[in-house]
Design a protein around this ligand. Structure first.
Ligand SMILES: [Zn+2]
Ligand SMILES: [Zn+2]
Length: 355
């Protein structure tokens, strides 16, 4: 059974659900490569990368050390299920410089070299999209530090993205780096065990996802979108990314089922707000709207319709007008601490109270 995970497509772009950092028994993971593909299909994903460590092979006495095998083994199952599979690897050093994922490799074996600069250069020469994994990992107090090693790799043009989410954790410092340095935000599970050991299927406990906004549903389409920075990251109920992506994601998920009404005096009207999207929405009124008062805080669960109460504020108001309910989506962050602004629009015929 595949769980459907609804995120709307954007104008001219397909929204692809991806987990671009996973492990198998070919490094320090505990599942066979085909299992990763099947898990991805069941979880409603469109694409995964199997990114085993190049240098850390704890099962090497029992499992082949050919670093291209995880991709080769998983590929027939991926083709059978329609899951896009990306050949990848994790270049693994102590922090700094830390761990780096290289996607769209043509030969993972070539990255097995002593110097990490050489490994990154070879990945770059293979056309790889490279991102720095879990920057806060093993750092003092878990705080991410931008080391001179990162700056050097960035200056060489080899660094294209950062994991703002790794596993269940969102890192606002890294999100801000993406904004400031123009790097692509990534959010991945980095799963080692069977996925169901770590995650469930509800919005609150689902694996993290990188939403990739691609021109076509293909590995090449994902690659182009990643290099162009067209992603958003979903972690439990949080969605992180640029306003140009989060706005249409919100608009395509939310529908007002009864946007037109008459309202006499200070009567109450129940607006039905439907959330078709895969994440819950946490709405907070940014300021009081004109002509009506509205609920200050509204939680709209995934797949549900909720009643949002509005009330007239005047007994004299008359005539038809557009009323905008100016909400902030507290769990959609366009930068750390800055929620998406989202307006709900109604058309109201105001009727005065007849005395
Ligand atoms: Zn790692
Ligand atoms: Zn990893």
């Amino acid at each position: 059974v595949r769980s459907e995970l609804f995120f709307p497509d954007l104008p001219g772009l397909l929204t692809l659900r991806c987990d671009l950092h996973t492990h198998t028994v070919f490094s320090d993971g505990n599942v066979w490569p085909t299992v990763r593909v099947e898990e991805a299909w069941r979880d409603g994903l469109d694409a995964i990368a199997i990114s085993d460590h190049i240098e850390y092979l704890p099962h090497k006495t029992d499992v082949s050390t050919n670093r291209n095998r995880p991709y080769e083994i998983a590929r027939p199952r991926a083709e059978a299920l329609g899951v896009l599979l990306i050949r990848a690897a994790e270049i693994t050093r102590e922090e700094p410089p830390g761990h780096w994922n290289a996607l769209f490799l043509t030969n993972c074996e070539a990255l097995n070299v002593p110097d990490y600069h050489d490994a990154l250069r070879i990945a770059h020469e293979q056309g790889a999209f490279i991102f720095w994994n879990h920057p806060g990992w093993k750092q003092p107090d878990g705080k991410s530090v931008w080391y001179k090693e990162q700056e050097e790799v960035l200056q060489k043009g080899w660094l294209h993205g950062l994991e703002i989410v790794n596993g269940p954790a969102y890192d606002p410092t890294v999100h801000q780096w993406c904004v400031d340095k123009g790097l692509t935000p990534m959010g991945n599970s980095d799963v080692h065990d069977p996925i169901a050991f770590d995650y469930g299927n509800s919005p609150a406990d689902r694996r993290p996802i990188t939403l990739v906004f691609a021109r076509e549903q293909s590995v090449a389409g994902i690659r182009e979108a990643l290099f162009e920075g067209r992603t958003a990251v979903v972690c439990t109920n949080g969605v992180f990314g640029q306003e140009r992506f989060l706005q249409p994601l919100f608009e395509g998920s939310v529908q007002i089922l009864n946007p037109e009404t008459t309202l006499r005096g200070k009567a109450t009207y129940l607006v039905q707000v439907r959330n078709r999207g895969a994440v819950d929405l946490d709405l907070e009124l940014a300021e009081q709207p004109d002509g009506v008062s509205a609920a200050g805080r509204v939680w709209v669960p995934s797949g549900k319709v909720v009643l949002l109460a509005i009330r007239g504020v005047s007994e004299e108001l008359s005539g038809e007008r557009e009323v905008t309910l100016p909400y902030r989506v507290r769990n959609f962050l366009v930068t750390p601490g800055q929620p998406l602004r989202a307006d709900l629009r109604l058309r109201i015929q105001f009727l005065p109270v007849v005395k």
